[in-house]
Design a binder for this molecule. Structure first.
Ligand SMILES: [Fe+2]
Length: 211
């Protein structure tokens, strides 16, 4: 596991937040909570990858698989902040695993205001860490070698990532966490709803394979 603080320059970090807000607004799903419970089963990356993009859990946890959005490759990924972000991620992971790598999976995740129904569908309560993803998970995929989580915006560092159900890695803004997501069980910690009402939690989760 490796932690890199001040991962992007302040300008790049601010631009990343703006582009992620745009992505989430552009691709926002209709609210179908309660209509098709099977859509919410799992709430794990591997489940999300099996289903199509729009079958991912609805608010408060919105996730967008960028490789499925053509516009991201054509426009967003050519922006300086994204170029720098992708390059730095691949450099760090390449150094860790000792080989050049490429992303397999780039996901923007936002937690916004939520209610009792959302909690029932998406969240579990941990006695120590509070609300978190309902399923601790690993990322499945034959050739995955490593993963990263970049904390873009977070009401408090307490809402980070729990590793192996006991160790909390703080979700410090502009921090990038690198770990073997295919072997290490992990889980995101959610801020209480009132804290994300005006300040949503945004992260970018990525997986990598060797080139
Ligand atoms: Fe994950």
């Amino acid at each position: 596991m490796k932690i890199v603080d001040d991962f992007l320059t302040t300008d790049e970090w601010e631009s990343m937040l703006k582009t992620c807000e745009i992505i989430v607004d552009l691709y926002k799903r209709p609210d179908t909570r309660g209509e098709s419970p099977e859509d919410y089963s799992g709430n794990t990356h591997e489940t999300l990858d099996v289903y199509e993009q729009w079958k991912t859990p609805y608010p408060p946890y919105m996730t967008y698989s960028l490789e499925q959005i053509q516009q991201c490759r054509d426009v967003l990924f050519k922006k300086k902040c994204w170029e720098s972000f992708l390059q730095k991620n691949c450099e760090e992971v390449g150094n860790i695993v000792g080989k050049p790598v490429t992303p397999t999976d780039i996901r923007v995740c936002k937690v916004e205001e939520y209610d009792e129904k959302d909690i029932e569908l998406n969240v579990r309560k941990h006695e120590k860490f509070g609300y978190m993803d309902n399923v601790p998970h690993v990322h499945l995929g034959d050739d995955l070698v490593y993963s990263s989580v970049y904390y873009i915006q977070n009401p408090d560092k307490e809402y980070g990532t729990v590793i192996e159900d006991e160790t909390l890695v703080y979700g410090v803004e502009n921090r990038c966490l690198f770990f073997d997501g295919s072997k290490i069980m992990h889980c995101g910690v959610w801020p209480p709803s009132e804290e994300v009402a005006d300040y949503p939690r945004y992260i970018i989760a990525m997986n990598f394979k060797c080139q």
